[in-house]
Ligand binder design. Structure first.
Ligand code: NI
Length: 394
């Protein structure tokens, strides 16, 4: 791409089509690993744009490879495909046609931006070297599609050198691009605990082991653990989001079932959690004469952006729209499946600001935004490709 100045014009010409892609996908939301219609739509579009398509990767995942047939690096552009089990309440003309399911996290727009970029770069392929790999992953909202896609080999053939992806972000003003080097999102792990006591008469606690009360002690102990045993400079959150015990007001519960999420940013703090959890729970249960079953399920790792890619992205935004269009978002204890890809190759997740007065948060049944911003995402993808893969690029 000897004349990257053409990019804004090319993107502008595609804006209407970009919006229609997003609206098509918005109408056919599907939840984790059920993205069959979505997957077909994506695969068909990529094939028509002239890419080599690999469908049904790790279930419903799709990979489109744009190969310039000239040696050079491989840039991976990642989009997530899944929707949420949310009943849409936007009242839009292009609202979800699948009851109880909605693209409330903007993954429809992530796909539309990646597809449009694929079409543009395919037309410009004679100006490129190396390759661009478009990766559409299932199940970002859980249980996770990135790890199985990596196991299926998406990082190889050709080997991915750089990774980039966008997330629409209502916390940033419309059109502003959020760029931050380092850890931007937390690791997310899960635990499930059954406390086993001995049930009995509500008036005779001394003859029982009250599982509900022991469970309550565990909840408290976990919160104290965070405040007393974790370095306060390393963020950690434990949330027990589910606690079920008891069947009647005058019966001591035999069992309590708890599930929770643990969020951390530091890899060492995270690695110590299984042992820490076991120690606290064994101690509390042991002291009260209760037994327990504990399972720990590792989720997503912390999401860390590479300095090399964030500074390149910043350069692109500055060249396109100047300093007012860049912001450094605050890290969040939310988590992202993208983290797995970023562990395998340097890259970054960029935030595409779509906030304006009255805009609701992600996952809200009324979530929507001004589609004008989507062109900005495409433009940054194309500018990054030009910098990394342009024939004159270093
Ligand atoms: Ni999302």
């Amino acid at each position: 791409m000897s004349q990257p100045m053409d990019i804004p014009e090319i993107v502008k010409e595609r804006q209407q089509h970009l919006v229609s892609l997003r609206r098509d996908l918005h109408q056919i939301p599907e939840t984790a690993f059920q993205e069959h219609e979505t997957s077909k739509y994506v695969a068909r579009f990529l094939a028509e744009a002239g890419l080599a398509v690999d469908a049904q990767v790790a279930g419903t995942g799709v990979v489109g490879l744009l190969d310039s047939d000239r040696p050079g690096p491989c840039l991976m552009i990642r989009a997530d495909m899944d929707a949420l089990p949310v009943e849409e309440q936007t009242g839009l003309s292009f609202a979800s046609r699948n009851p109880g399911c909605m693209h409330a996290c903007g993954h429809d727009s992530h796909m539309a931006m990646a597809l449009t970029t694929a079409a543009i770069l395919s037309e410009l392929r004679e100006h490129l070297r190396g390759s661009v790999k478009f990766v559409f992953q299932p199940a970002e909202e859980g249980p996770g599609g990135a790890a199985p896609m990596i196991q299926a080999g998406v990082m190889d053939n050709p080997r991915v050198d750089h990774v980039v992806g966008f997330h629409v972000w209502p916390a940033l003003p419309k059109g502003v691009i959020g760029i931050k080097s380092g850890v931007l999102m937390a690791a997310m792990d899960r635990f499930d605990l059954t406390v086993k006591g001995a049930g009995g008469h509500g008036g005779m606690p001394h003859l029982c082991v009250d599982a509900l009360e022991v469970g309550a002690q565990v909840v408290g102990a976990l919160q104290r653990l965070v405040s007393r045993q974790i370095n306060p400079l390393h963020p950690a959150v434990v949330t027990v989001g589910r606690f079920e015990a008891g069947s009647a007001f005058n019966v001591i519960a035999e069992e309590a079932n708890l599930s929770g999420t643990i969020r951390t940013m530091d890899r060492e703090v995270r690695a110590a959690w299984p042992e820490r959890l076991e120690r606290i729970i064994a101690g509390v249960c042991g002291s009260m004469g209760a037994e327990y079953d504990l399972s720990f399920k590792p989720g997503y790792p912390p999401m860390a952006n590479a300095e090399s890619m964030t500074s390149l992205a910043r350069e692109c935004v500055l060249e396109a729209w100047g300093a007012d269009a860049v912001a450094e978002p605050e890290p969040t204890m939310g988590s992202e499946d993208m983290a797995f890809f970023l562990e395998k190759a340097p890259g970054c997740m960029l935030m595409l600001g779509c906030g304006e007065p009255g805009c609701v948060s992600l996952h809200n049944p009324r979530f929507d935004f001004d589609e004008e911003v989507l062109g900005r995402g495409v433009e940054i993808y194309c500018r990054l490709a030009a910098k990394l893969l342009g024939q004159t690029a270093g």
